[in-house]
Design a protein around this ligand. Structure first.
Ligand code: PEP
Length: 266
């Protein structure tokens, strides 16, 4: 399939790995990228846990930099101040991050992050030059009630659709059905495609066709080598946000390989 949009294989390491493992995994990914001819249109991103994000970002090899980026898993809305335990987006930039996850379902659930707070985070991340990877997705009861598209539409409208067209085009969207995250239950390729197409349609209504066609929409939720090809081959799926399968070099690099295959680059 000839996909023109930026394709992305992104790993969300969550609260996993120790320092040695994080550095080893970063280097294994460096090695894989260095050993293969990876098209510039494909980006590989890792989001290590906070104590290791600086060393992982500093460990990206010079020759892999155009392909390989590092992101934070979260950021605050302020640049500095009395926010114990929080991280300013400027700090992520300062240590070499290019990306930041915003609105992951675990942040929404355990830290009660509201639509409005996420909108502020998106603004701030963009202000300092980070690319937000904005996560959206519905819980199982919402899917079962058949209101999943309306639910995701609200998440996008409330936290993203205030952006100018220019800023919106810098955002990456990750559709992550909550019932598929860490459960081993993946959305079928048809379910993923149908939601991604619905998201693109909403973007088109808000910003026009060119913007809708330019924004990368990733799928996340138990994506692994065994199911990635069928997901990545969907016309509106531009890669994956990967949790569990991003923690081992073997499975994560396999996902990069599968993506390259889908892009016709193997
Ligand atoms: C995630 O946390 O973003 C995720 C998709 O996790 P997993 O791949 O483990 O379901």
């Amino acid at each position: 399939m000839d996909k023109k949009r930026r394709q992305i294989v992104a790993g969300n390491w969550k609260m996993n790995l120790n320092q040695r493992q994080a550095i080893e995994l970063t280097n294994d990914i460096n090695e894989y990228i260095s050993d293969h001819t990876i098209p510039e249109q494909l980006k590989v991103v890792i989001c290590p846990s906070l104590p290791y994000v600086a060393s992982c970002a500093g460990d990206v090899w010079e020759d892999t930099k155009p392909i390989f980026g590092v992101g934070g898993q979260n950021c605050h809305t302020e640049s500095s101040g009395a926010y114990t335990g929080e991280t300013a987006p400027e700090m992520l930039r300062d240590v070499g991050c290019e990306y930041v996850l915003i609105g992951h379902s675990e942040r929404r659930k355990y830290f009660n992050e509201s639509h409005a707070f996420l909108a502020e985070k998106v603004n701030k991340a963009l202000d300092v030059g980070l690319i937000p990877i904005f996560c959206c997705g519905e819980a199982l009861d919402i899917r079962e009630a058949g209101t999943h598209e309306a639910h995701v539409a609200t998440q996008l409208r409330e936290s993203l659709f205030h952006l100018s067209k220019e800023n919106f085009e810098r955002v990456i969207i990750a559709y992550e059905p909550v019932w598929a995250i860490g459960t081993g239950k993946t959305a079928t390729p048809e379910q993923a495609q149908s939601m991604h197409a619905a998201i693109r349609q909403l973007i088109e209504q808000q910003y026009g066709k060119d913007t809708a066609n330019s924004v990368s929409i990733l799928y996340g939720g138990s994506c692994k080598p065994a199911n990635a090809a069928s997901l990545f081959s969907q016309p509106d799926v531009d890669g994956g946000l990967i949790g569990g399968a991003s923690l081992k070099a073997e499975s994560f690099t396999k996902l990069i390989e599968i993506m390259m295959g889908e892009m016709g680059n193997l």
